[in-house]
Design a protein around this ligand. Structure first.
Ligand code: PGA
Length: 251
């Protein structure tokens, strides 16, 4: 079943010890409604199991922030998609810019992670986005095209893939593209996914990068924006709830 819109996913990054993560998860579980879109949280691995337990049977997706491309092996420090699934996760982010650019992970590795995550039964949240330098050089579409070509897992569809457009220069900076730019990019993404994947037109598209309570409604109202991936503001349950509610009744 395709995910109900709007989709509001919170990436907690490397924030949260057990007590505050439990409190955050409890708050999200308390406002999540089965009749209102899809809400999800992506806690650090160390608290993922606890968040799964706190959420229980409430309608909250819980996911990992990354995974390896193998089910097991001699890969010190890595977590496999099978392990995530075993811990109760339903989804995983791959290709986040803090790993692509921060840790030098390339398209091919991202694609293999995504394929392994699908094989393990996880929803893949695949992130793509250009750097500021690429943006200023007018290379945005060229970069997005290359990232799609290199990191989209074969055979994926609306049931197991979400694509998040996250311009690197907008992440954690308080800057965002204009609504016109977001509309144009997501329209382009919709056409590209339709061309590249069977059922690709139905794949949910998220915008990420400095989504806050005061800009969420405008972003979520754009025609091809099915949801948002929220970093900083997802750490504050009040702000995260506001963003979730800003999505309206869904479509
Ligand atoms: P931000 O992060 O909302 O803090 O800009 C978004 C992300 O990294 O997914």
């Amino acid at each position: 079943m395709p995910l109900a819109r709007p989709i509001v996913f919170g990436n907690w990054k490397m924030y949260g010890l057990r007590a505050d993560s439990r409190a955050r998860a409890e708050a999200v579980a308390a406002f999540a409604r089965p009749d209102h879109g899809t809400v999800g949280v992506f806690p650090p691995f160390t608290v993922l199991r606890e968040v799964v337990e706190v959420v229980g049977d409430r309608p909250v997706v819980v996911g990992g922030q990354d995974c390896h491309d193998r089910p097991e092996g001699a890969f010190t420090g890595s977590i496999s998609p099978v392990m995530l699934r075993d811990a109760g996760a339903g989804a995983v982010i791959v290709g986040h810019s803090e790993r692509r650019h921060g840790l030098g992970e390339g398209d091919d590795f991202v694609r293999r992670k995504a394929a392994a995550a699908r094989a393990a039964g996880l929803l893949v949240v695949l992130c793509i986005g250009e750097t500021e330098e690429e943006y200023l050089a007018g290379r945005r579409y060229e970069v997005l095209d290359r990232q799609l070509a290199g990191s989209l897992p074969e055979g994926a569809g609306p049931e197991d893939l979400v694509v998040a457009y996250e311009p690197v220069w907008a992440i954690g900076t308080g800057r965002t593209p204009t609504l016109e730019e977001i509309r144009e990019i997501h329209g382009w993404l919709r056409r590209e996914l339709a061309r590249r994947l069977a059922g690709g037109a139905e794949v949910a598209l998220l915008y990420g990068g400095s989504v806050k309570p005061d800009n969420a409604a405008g972003i979520l109202a754009q025609p091809d924006v099915d949801g948002v991936l929220v970093g900083g503001a997802s750490l504050d349950p009040g702000q995260f709830r506001h963003i979730y509610e800003a999505g309206g009744a869904g479509r």
